[in-house]
Design a binder for this molecule. Structure first.
Ligand SMILES: Cc1ncc(COP(=O)(O)O)c(C=O)c1O
Length: 386
């Protein structure tokens, strides 16, 4: 049975070139980048090379890039670090209802510590309104955190507009760009803090970075020996960081990659929408991540579809975060439209630059078969027919 991997928003396969480069670093550059001897200096040199690649990719200065253990840590650091460093000004944060759990749970934790958090809603396609954001800002607001490319429905927010609003009110602006990095235009000048990670772009898992604009007030979150300019202690994961930079170089060099993925995405969406009573979640076109197709199939559960697709060799995921029927449906889909049935019937297919047209066609064909079969036995369907 062939395997069609269309869950690249969850993670990607590591690129062979990245893996080879990491192995070379792992074996050869084993020194501690903080050591002053030859092996330490070699490691430090590679670390700084990687920092330069990542900084250049978003137009940042090298000293504005802090390596972390991934997107989760970078988001925790951004939200909590800014909150604590600026608590003299106020204890209010604004975020959205469609953030990744690591931002939402960092905010919820801050609420327990006495901060006030506003969770902005979105429109039916997933867009945050600049007007709503501006209305929500108060004198004591210290941070706005809004995801760039959404991990579930692929909607891309207008960072430039949102950042301008924050600047007018002297509020720091953070964005989680784990899904959009190298897939959508992203500039350091559009935010004060940006979260990046490696494993969504064919790099290793467990590596990420936080861009922190010069002079942004942020408290270190991980204390220790003062690595990363005292911002994030812990011996650097050199092979991982070098692999991250290699993955960025490969993605940036693949100039046609985004266009190719967007074409395949549109082909997949149109094939999926041929299945009766199927709706697209999120917007179409340029404001959607080039690798994301998320649809809801009426009358069936996303989990059932994903399991049946798996049996046919297609790896996809539910748009809903629930592991079982009894759990809540996806907070992102509920934020779009408070329709639990639509949320429960959602499935996310996400492409990579290695995806092919045959894979997309095969996945859509399998989805059609699976949905038809499941609808025949679905209690939701028998209720509808009654
Ligand atoms: C939007 C978004 N933010 C943050 C993360 C967390 O990143 P990591 O897995 O590197 O901790 C992910 C990955 O699932 C993500 O999709």
């Amino acid at each position: 049975m062939k395997l069609v991997y269309l869950d690249n928003a969850a993670t990607t396969a590591i690129d062979a070139e990245v893996e080879k480069f990491m192995q070379k670093c792992q074996l050869g550059l084993y020194g501690n980048a903080s050591s002053i001897h030859k092996k330490g200096r070699e490691a430090k040199e590679e670390l700084e090379k990687a920092r330069k690649v990542i900084a250049k990719s978003i137009g940042a200065k090298e000293k504005e890039i802090i390596f972390t253990s991934g997107g989760t840590e970078a988001n925790n650091f951004a939200v909590k670090g800014v909150a604590f460093a600026n608590k003299g000004k106020g204890r209010r944060i604004i975020t959205t209802k469609i953030e990744h759990e690591c931002v939402l749970n960092s905010c919820r934790w801050l609420e327990e510590q006495g901060w006030k958090v506003t969770y902005l809603g979105v429109d039916g396609k997933g867009f945050v309104s600049g007007k709503e954001l501006e209305k929500a800002i108060r004198k004591d607001t210290v941070l706005v955190s809004i995801i760039h490319g959404n991990n579930e429905i692929g909607v891309i927010q207008d960072l430039k507009e949102l950042h301008e609003i924050c600047k007018r009110h002297d509020v720091l602006f953070h964005t989680d760009a784990c899904q959009s990095y190298t897939k959508a235009e992203l500039k350091a000048e559009w935010a004060d803090l940006i979260t990046l990670n490696a494993h969504k772009i064919h790099g290793p898992k467990g590596v990420g970075a936080l861009y922190i604009k010069e002079r942004v007030k942020i408290s270190p979150w991980q204390h220790g020996g003062g690595h990363e300019r005292g911002m994030r202690s812990g011996t650097e994961n050199l092979a991982g960081i070098a692999g991250f930079a290699k993955a960025v170089e490969l993605a940036v060099d693949d100039k046609e990659g985004k266009k190719r993925m967007a074409k395949l995405r549109d082909c997949l969406i149109s094939e999926l929408l041929k299945i009766p009573r199927t709706t697209l979640n999120g917007p179409r076109g340029e404001r959607r991540l080039c690798n994301n197709a998320n649809v809801s199939f009426a009358g069936v559960e996303g989990e059932g579809i994903v399991a049946a697709l798996d049996a046919k060799g297609v790896c996809a995921s539910t748009g809903s975060a629930c592991a079982s029927r009894s759990l809540e449906p996806s907070h992102v889909l509920i934020a779009l439209e408070n329709n639990p049935e639509r949320a429960h019937g959602s499935v996310r297919f996400t492409l990579s630059r290695y995806s092919t047209k045959e894979e997309v066609k095969y996945a859509a064909k399998c989805a059609g078969e699976v949905v038809e079969k499941l609808r025949k036995i679905s209690p939701l369907e028998s209720e509808r027919e009654r």
